[in-house]
Design a protein around this ligand. Structure first.
Ligand SMILES: Cc1cc2nc3c(=O)[nH]c(=O)nc-3n(C[C@H](O)[C@H](O)[C@H](O)COP(=O)(O)OP(=O)(O)OC[C@H]3O[C@@H](n4cnc5c(N)ncnc54)[C@H](O)[C@@H]3O)c2cc1C
Length: 346
């Protein structure tokens, strides 16, 4: 089946959907409010499902060429004691810079298919005349979700804040260190760059408002083991991204009429399992397959919803649970148990 789709948002989900729909023979228009893809920096971990979706979009090899495979993965406590450790045969993850992934998704799209600097309004969402399907790929604060899904609820705060950035030098292995109320992650980004992220409970920041991010992190994580200390020492002068974390409450269906939600617009989640972009890629591949196969838009969207709603809700719930426990304040026992369980799952 062929048709015309309006994709709202030119991030990972929207660009991947555009690639998939083009391959399925659809006409596509992407409208993105920014002047270029939304690169907030850092590396993304892409797990098996995300890589398989990229393969289905014909982009897997190009991403693998740009990706790092960490030699080891470790979850540790602040002294450096490993709670769980996985060797190369068990780390099933590709780490790729967000900018590289976005570049691969944009490369080769026909000129003019993405309309940059083109914000979509509520009136556009309601109207969208001439399109058979309207794909809301416009992130956690989605205007498509707010406008076309009467039962949608607002994002809910997780009570944690994330900081992230990069520092020069190779990282070798991937590690996540869980302390009381806060965690610190270090992964390779490329052969010359280390990617890091920190997540902590909001209450730990009380009385520390307005502090320089690097100074604050050096104070909070001071005394942690050498892998963390190396990053903290290299922080001054590097860019640090800070954001409060939210996820989305469940929505009965990701489809309403010819409107369909994908990526963070459908199921924004805590970043603790590193799965948001992966699930966005899977959404895009499944949606493109469904719309390509037809026979009707309604039937295809219902099939997409059946395949993606349950699995993504489970990942949202699991990510929320890991967010809670990994930054728990008085939960060393459950925290260590969860770390071991995650290690086995990974
Ligand atoms: C700290 C952190 C670490 C993460 N790490 C990982 C990881 O390691 N692995 C992983 O898989 N995921 C990770 N994620 C999750 C991942 O970043 C997101 O799930 C993913 O970026 C979602 O992509 P998206 O395209 O759905 O949304 P977005 O990236 O938010 O893109 C939405 C796009 O829509 C545009 N837009 C919004 N409104 C409008 C409008 N009205 N008109 C036009 N355009 C509009 C925006 O400008 C934006 O370009 C992490 C997230 C965070 C916060």
């Amino acid at each position: 089946m062929h048709g015309r789709a309006l994709v709202v948002g030119g991030g990972v989900a929207g660009l991947a959907a555009a690639r998939g729909l083009l391959r399925a023979g659809w006409e596509v228009e992407v409208r993105e409010r920014r002047g270029s893809p939304p690169d907030i920096g850092g590396a993304l971990s892409l797990w098996r499902g995300g890589m398989a979706a990229l393969d289905r979009l014909g982009l897997g090899e190009r991403v693998r060429e740009r990706a790092e495979r960490p030699l080891r993965g470790v979850i540790a406590d602040p002294s450096g004691r490993a709670l769980v450790s996985a060797g190369p045969q068990r780390t099933d993850v590709h780490l790729v810079s967000r900018s590289s992934l976005l570049a691969v998704l944009v490369e080769g799209l026909p000129d003019g298919l993405v309309l940059w600097n083109t914000p979509v309004t509520e009136a556009d969402v309601r109207g969208a005349g001439g399109f058979d399907a309207v794909v809301g790929a416009d992130g956690i604060h989605s205007i498509v979700r707010r406008t076309a899904f009467p039962r949608a609820r607002a994002p809910r705060p997780l009570g944690t804040v994330a900081y992230r950035g990069t520092v020069p030098g190779p990282a070798g292995m991937a590690s996540e260190t869980w302390g009381r109320g806060m965690l610190f992650g270090v992964t390779p980004m490329d052969a010359r760059t280390t990617n890091w992220f920190a997540s902590l409970r909001t209450e730990l920041l009380r009385g520390r408002e307005g502090r320089d991010h690097a100074d604050l992190l050096r104070e909070l994580y001071g005394g942690w083991h050498p892998v963390v200390a190396r990053v903290l020492d290299a922080l001054p002068g590097t860019g640090v991204d800070r954001r409060e974390l939210y996820d989305l409450p469940a929505l009965g269906s990701y489809v309403h009429g010819r409107h369909v939600l994908i990526g963070d617009a459908a199921h924004a989640m805590a970043p603790n399992l590193g799965r948001g972009a992966c699930e966005s890629l899977v959404d895009a591949a499944v949606l493109a397959d469904a719309l390509g196969a037809g026979p009707t838009v309604g039937g295809a969207l219902a099939r997409y919803d059946r395949r993606r709603h349950g699995p993504t809700r489970r990942v949202v719930r699991a990510s929320r649970a890991v967010n809670r426990v990994s930054t728990g304040v008085r939960l060393d026992g459950p925290r260590d148990l969860l770390a071991r369980t995650l290690g086995h799952l990974v």
